[in-house]
Design a protein around this ligand. Structure first.
Ligand code: C2O
Ligand code: CU
Ligand code: CU
Length: 551
C-alpha cells in the first residue's frame, strides 16, 4: 500500500501538495519550484481559516450562531398532482432561495421546491428538498426546472431507473431549461433513497448549497407498516460569518467538505421526543462527513434496513452504526420504560483525513447531532416494559446468485508535482467558488484514471451476476457507490483478514476503509451507461468516478 508523507514549505505554498514517500524522494529537487503560489491560487481564501481540518471560526459563523434544541422539523412531502392511480406526478424547481440563519445576514441556499410553493424570503423552512413518498409499481413523472446559474440534473440515488432518466452528468439541464424524468418502480424496490444533482464537476457545490432530498418507496406488504416512522436527513453546513455559504478550500477538496454544522432535517441539534417504539429512516446527505451513529452505550437499537430496503432479519442490540456519505439505514429505536434524556451523536471516527502538512489529521471527534428525550406516557404498555413486537423475519433477501464475471475497481490517489492543472473549470461554474482552491495536480483515481466523460471504463452484460472486487489502495476511507442497482456485500478483507459479510443486504453505497478490499455481487438489468464513484462528492468532482456500460 502506498504511504504518504507530507511536505509544505510555507503556508502560502500551494498547500495541496502531498507525496508518496517515493515520489517525495524523487521530486525533492523540484519542490522549490512549487514555492511560488500558482496564479490560480490568487483568489484562494486564507488558509488560516482552517487548522487541523476543523473549521475554526476565522471567517466562519461561530458554533453558537445557530440555536440548538428546537423541535425536530418534519420533512415536507412533495404533493402528487396526478389523479391517475399508480402515477406520481410533480414538479421540482431548483433555485436560489434566501434563508434566515444569521440575523441580518440572509443566506442564499440552493433548494428544491415544488413549483407552486416558493417559500417566502427569509423563511425558516428547512432547506431539505421535499420528500417523495411513493409505492412499488408507481410510475413517477417529475418535471425538473433548473433555475440555477449552472447546468444541473436530478439523479435518483439508488433507484432502478433507466440510465437515460437517471440524471447522468452526460445529460445536463441548462440554466433556465427543464426536462421530464419518468420511470416506473418495480416490485421489490421498496427502500430509502434520495435525490441530488449530478452535473459534471459541479455536484459537490450544488449539494453543499442545499440541493438534496429524500425519496421513499413503500411495499404493499411492508411488515413494519403500522410503526410510527421518523425521518432523519443529515446535511452539512459550512456557513461564513457574513451569512454566505463558504466556498471549498484546498482541504475540503482533499478530504471532502465538512462544515462547522451538521444539520438534521435542516435544524442544528434539534430535540426529538420519543414516546413509543419508532422506526427511523436515516439519510447521510453530507458531502463527506462520516456519521458513526450512536444513542449512547446503554441505549441499544436495531437495524432493520439498508439503502435498498429491509433486511431479512433485524440486527438487534446495536449501539453504533456507521453511515458513510450517501448511505441510508432503517432503525428501530425503543422508547424504554424509564424516562430519560439522551442524545443522538456521531461517535469519533478516523477516516484517515490528510493534513496540509505533517501527516494525517486526528480522528473526527464525537459530536452531538440531536437531543433525544425518551418518555413513554404513564400507563402505556411501553411504560410497563412491553415492546412493540418486531417480526423476526422481515422479508426474503435471496442471494444474488453465482457470479459469471469478475471485475476489479481500484481506488488510488497520487500527486503529480509537474502536472498541468488537471481540471479546467467546467462551463457555467460559479467563478471563484466552485473551483478556486482546487488542488492542482492531485489525483483521485479509479483503475489509474481520473474521470473522462468520453471513456467507458467497464462493460457488463445485462442480467448477468458479477463479482466486483473494490480495492481501496489509499490512506483514506472512500465510500463506493454504483448507480442503477442494489448490490450485496459478500466479504470484506482488511490487513489480510477476510471477513465474510454476516448478513445479506441490498446496498448501493459501501464504505471502503483505507487498505480494505470489499467484494460485492451485482447485477444490472437495463442497458445503457451507469456511473460508479466515490460518494465523497469533492472526490467525485475531482474525477474519482467512471462509466459502466451495460450491453
Ligand atoms: Cu448519490 Cu452518483 O450519486
Ligand atoms: Cu447514485
Ligand atoms: Cu473519496
Amino acid at each position: 500500500m502506498l504511504r504518504r508523507t507530507f511536505f509544505a514549505q510555507t503556508l502560502s505554498l500551494a498547500l495541496a501538495s502531498f507525496f508518496t514517500r517515493q515520489t517525495f524522494a524523487q521530486h525533492a529537487a523540484h519542490s522549490a519550484h512549487a514555492a511560488h503560489p500558482m496564479p490560480e491560487m490568487a483568489g484562494m481564501p486564507e488558509m488560516g481559516s482552517t487548522v487541523m481540518g476543523q473549521p475554526t471560526g476565522a471567517g466562519l459563523a461561530p458554533m453558537d450562531a445557530l440555536p440548538v434544541g428546537a423541535p425536530l422539523p418534519a420533512l415536507r412531502t412533495l404533493a402528487n398532482t396526478s389523479r391517475e392511480p399508480g402515477v406520481f406526478r410533480a414538479t421540482l424547481v431548483a433555485h436560489p432561495v434566501p434563508h434566515q440563519w444569521l440575523a441580518g445576514a440572509p443566506t442564499l441556499v440552493w433548494q428544491y421546491d415544488p413549483q407552486t410553493q416558493h417559500p417566502a424570503p427569509g423563511s425558516t423552512e428547512p432547506a431539505i428538498g421535499p420528500l417523495i413518498d411513493v409505492r412499488e409499481g408507481d410510475t413517477v413523472e417529475i418535471r425538473f426546472i433548473n433555475h440555477l446559474p449552472q447546468p444541473s440534473t436530478i439523479h435518483w440515488h439508488g433507484l432502478p431507473v433507466p440510465p437515460d432518466q437517471d440524471g447522468n452528468p452526460a445529460d445536463p439541464v441548462a440554466p433556465g431549461a427543464s426536462r421530464l424524468y419518468r420511470f416506473t418502480l418495480p416490485r421489490g424496490s421498496a427502500g430509502t433513497y434520495w435525490y441530488h444533482p449530478h452535473p459534471h464537476m459541479m455536484t459537490a457545490e450544488q449539494v453543499f448549497r442545499g440541493l438534496a432530498g429524500p425519496f421513499i418507496v413503500r411495499a404493499a406488504d411492508d411488515p413494519l407498516q403500522g410503526w410510527p416512522e421518523r425521518h432523519l436527513f443529515f446535511t452539512d453546513l459550512k456557513l461564513a460569518q457574513d451569512g454566505t455559504i463558504a466556498p471549498n478550500e484546498t482541504l475540503d477538496w482533499m478530504n471532502g467538505r465538512e462544515g462547522q454544522f451538521v444539520l438534521l432535517n435542516g435544524a442544528h441539534q434539534p430535540r426529538i421526543e420519543v414516546v413509543e417504539d419508532e422506526r427511523w429512516r436515516v439519510w447521510n446527505g453530507c458531502n463527506a462527513r462520516y456519521l458513526k451513529l450512536t444513542l449512547g452505550a446503554n441505549q441499544r437499537f436495531s437495524q432493520v434496513g439498508t439503502d435498498g430496503g429491509l433486511l431479512a432479519q433485524p440486527r438487534d442490540g446495536l449501539t453504533e452504526l456507521l453511515l458513510a456519505p450517501g448511505e441510508r439505514a432503517e432503525l428501530i429505536v425503543p422508547v424504554g420504560s424509564v424516562a430519560h434524556q439522551g442524545s443522538l451523536s456521531a461517535a469519533a471516527y478516523d477516516r484517515g483525513k490528510m493534513a496540509l502538512s505533517h501527516g494525517s489529521l486526528p480522528p473526527d471527534p464525537a459530536r452531538v447531532l440531536a437531543q433525544v428525550h425518551f418518555a413513554a406516557p404513564a400507563g402505556s404498555p411501553a411504560a410497563a416494559g412491553v415492546r412493540r413486537p418486531l417480526p423476526a423475519q422481515l422479508r426474503r433477501v435471496p442471494a444474488l446468485g453465482t457470479p459469471v464475471a469478475q471485475k476489479t475497481v481500484v481506488f488510488t490517489e497520487a500527486m503529480e508535482m509537474d502536472a498541468l492543472p488537471m481540471q479546467h473549470d467546467a462551463p457555467g461554474a460559479t467563478p471563484m467558488t466552485a473551483h478556486a482552491a482546487l488542488p492542482r495536480g492531485m489525483k483521485f483515481m479509479i483503475n489509474g484514471a481520473v474521470f473522462d466523460p468520453s471513456q467507458v471504463m467497464l462493460t457488463s452484460r445485462r442480467d448477468e451476476v458479477e463479482q466486483w472486487s473494490l480495492e481501496n489502495r489509499t490512506d483514506m476511507d472512500h465510500p463506493f457507490h454504483l448507480h442503477g442497482t442494489q448490490f450485496q456485500v459478500l466479504a470484506r478483507e482488511l490487513n489480510g483478514i477476510n471477513t465474510p459479510e454476516p448478513f445479506l443486504a441490498w446496498r448501493d453505497t459501501v464504505n471502503l476503509q483505507s487498505g480494505e478490499t470489499v467484494r460485492i455481487a451485482t447485477l444490472q438489468s437495463m442497458t445503457g451507461e451507469r456511473m460508479f464513484h466515490c460518494h465523497i462528492l469533492e472526490h467525485e468532482d475531482l474525477g474519482m468516478m467512471a462509466t459502466l456500460k451495460v450491453i
